[in-house]
Design a protein around this ligand. Sequence first.
Ligand code: GAR
Length: 200
Amino acid sequence: QARVVVLVSGTGSNLAALLAAHGDPAYGARVVAVVSNTADAPALAKAQAVGVATAVVAPGDFPDRAAWDAALARTVEVFDPELVVLAGFMRILGEPFLARFGGRIVNTHPALLPSFPGAHGVRDALAYGVRVTGCTVHLVDAGVDTGPIVAQRAVEVLDGDDEAGLHERIKAVERELLVDVVGRLAREGYAVDGRTVRIG
Ligand code: GAR
């Protein structure tokens, strides 16, 4: 089973879906640790409840961004992951982290990239007035939500949608997609050719 470290900042519903899947050896991936940038993330309790190791590496505890990023890389490295999954991780990773784990970092984003990157993908899609949005699982590069796309699913915007309601419908689709993609990447392996990710 491929070792997976999940980085979180918030609720952890995507994490919970991974934790529900990883007990089956046939899934091919196992969450070995969950690391948060904030001690307040409810996701941490979800990991602890099933005996998965947790750590907090908070930017406020470090003199600058690079020092935080390097500490995050050292913390993740202890768990020796094949894949690092960003599941609601709301910080940008820097050079030290990318140098160590580049090519093996998977992010999930609540919009159809390259539309609406950044911290407010759902709000920005609603404000623009798109009728279809969705979610994207992609590999992480040095840009913000710019790395090669692995998979996407569409979600319709309904009349009267607000950010919270639309985000919940996206998250229902997103966690299925993330669980599917992480399992396939782990079981089948993958190759990156320019912007194309080939699984298997
Ligand atoms: C998810 O929708 C994820 O795509 C999004 O935060 C949510 C986390 O939910 N991430 C981003 O917006 C990253 N830019 P969760 O904590 O319940 O899994």
